[in-house]
Design a protein around this ligand. Structure first.
Ligand code: ZN
Length: 119
């Protein structure tokens, strides 16, 4: 049932491809296939999201899909690391916040101060 609904969305996509020069623009650069999509209505903004979700559903091994451990984060991610130990959607966002809190709490312990009490 859900696949039927998803297929209805995918069928609306008018995406097409064209061959272009590679990014650096040199004549000897490799050719690339560029995908384009006409934006005929606001609903068309859902089409790339639907296509990405469809590709995820048919290609991802859901044993490796995890919820981010960031306390306020609701994102899921596919853990493709070798040891399957990834914990955050993004090290630069949720992992960094966690590390920052850990460093801050360690420095408070090392200094014997409580920042909340100092304010
Ligand atoms: Zn996150």
């Amino acid at each position: 049932m859900a696949a039927v609904d998803e297929n209805r969305l995918l069928e609306r996509d008018a995406r097409f491809s064209r061959i272009v020069l590679g990014h650096d623009g040199r004549p000897a650069a490799a050719l690339e296939l560029q995908e384009l999509r006409p934006w005929r209505s606001a609903d068309a903004l859902l089409l790339p999201i639907g296509a990405t979700l469809a590709r995820l559903v048919v290609t991802e091994d859901f044993r490796y899909v995890k919820a981010c451990e960031g306390p306020a984060c609701t994102l899921l991610f596919a853990d493709h690391t070798r040891v399957r130990a990834r914990r955050w959607c993004s090290m630069a966002i949720c992992g960094n916040r966690r590390s920052r809190r850990h460093i801050d709490s360690d420095s408070e312990c090392a200094n014997g101060t409580d920042r909340a009490a100092a304010k």
